[in-house]
Design a binder for this molecule. Structure first.
Ligand code: ACO
Length: 321
């Protein structure tokens, strides 16, 4: 996580919002913001990757491929995968960039899983990293988005193994482009003559992300339980078999709604959004890492990961740890 902690009161000093409004609507108390010149999407992922590789008893040279999920890449192109590769001192291995927003980590994990199961790769780094504080506006007009989103990175090492019934049991992916504009950042656009970078567009706030909050809420609480149940049914399991649910940290109210809908006790559902806000593609690996560090992830546990977000794109992964 980047070091700078930004509390709700820090934001309230810069825009028309309050600590109470943010906590009531989102459950967020504070988030991290990057430091310009020090943190980048790829170098935060590299720091996370080094910790992950050390914990997995691997070196960067063991990595066969990188799958990098982000909606805030370092550059317009190339993607951040090759930058992470470079940061790790690697060359030649393939790097994939996944543009699936909040669903990014699940999509990335699924890509890694398929390549490993096909036998093409043995060890894959799956990264989620975001610097969102720099693409929002800390102002009255930017307040709907900027109180929700934060910066951070998380990386998992995914490895081939021979133990039947362990590891990633299955992944389930969906999307519906009919809702593309309901949670999006349209500019800069390759389709517009001025790419939307004109002074007028900037002044009008057209480069800022937009979210139809109520609609996103409505679909999130429908698709989260649906896609988790899809994964359970596919594996002939039920929610009673789940030891842990690690949802994308969209909003504490969404997580709470999903928890109740799935009849799960609070201790089985990981929520750390109060500390970090919504870190989009990074939120699941950050939450998984914290749950693991806190001893909540145990050998043999059945763990569901699930996400919903911009696209709309949503998905789940079922893991026997
Ligand atoms: N601080 C204070 N007031 C605010 C803020 C703010 N940051 N933002 C908006 N308001 C005001 C609005 O202007 C509005 O004022 P008005 O009544 O005078 O017009 C009022 O608060 C209510 O605004 P709504 O947009 O109706 O607020 P709502 O209760 O819907 O809450 C929220 C907004 C939190 C975004 C809600 O719609 C929600 O939870 N949506 C789910 C979307 C979400 O959480 N997305 C997470 C990211 S996407 C993802 O990860 C899937």
């Amino acid at each position: 996580m980047p070091e700078t902690i930004v509390t709700n009161n820090d934001l309230a000093a810069l825009m028309d919002t309050t600590n109470e409004w943010i906590i009531e609507r989102t459950g967020i108390q504070e988030r991290r913001f990057f430091t310009a010149g020090k943190d980048s999407v790829s170098n935060m992922a590299a720091r996370a990757a080094k910790i992950a590789l050390e914990r997995a008893g691997k070196t960067p040279q063991d990595v066969d491929a990188i799958v990098f999920a982000t909606l805030t890449p370092d550059y317009y192109f190339p993607g951040s995968g090759v930058l992470l590769q470079r940061e790790l001192g690697l060359s030649r291995i393939p790097c994939f960039d996944i543009r699936s927003q909040c669903g990014g980590f699940i999509y990335a994990l699924s890509v890694a899983d398929q390549y490993i199961k096909s036998g093409m790769f043995k060890t894959v780094l799956v990264a989620g990293s975001e610097i969102q504080s720099n693409v929002m506006e800390i102002s009255d007009r930017g307040r709907t988005m900027s109180v929700i989103f934060g910066d951070g990175a998380g990386v998992c090492v995914v490895e081939a193994h021979q133990e039947k019934g362990k590891g990633i049991l299955s992944t389930h992916l969906h999307s519906d482009g009919n809702f593309a504009e309901e949670l999006c950042c349209k500019l800069p656009s390759s389709s517009l003559a001025d790419r939307g970078l004109s002074a007028d567009a900037q002044q009008a706030g057209d480069l800022l992300p937009y979210m139809n909050g109520k609609l996103v809420f409505q679909y999130a609480v429908k698709y989260f339980p649906e896609v988790i149940r899809e994964a359970l049914t596919h594996n002939q399991l039920t929610e009673n078999d789940l030891d842990l649910l690690i949802p994308h940290q969209a909003n504490a109210r969404i997580t709470e709604y999903v928890r109740k809908e799935m009849n799960m006790p609070a201790e089985k559902v990981i929520s750390n959004i109060h500390k970090y806000g919504n870190t989009t593609a990074a939120s699941i690996p950050i939450a998984l890492t914290e749950a693991w560090q806190d001893g909540k992830v145990k050998e043999g546990n059945l763990i569901a990961l699930a996400a919903f977000g911009s696209g709309f794109m949503w998905g789940s992964a079922l893991i026997r740890w």
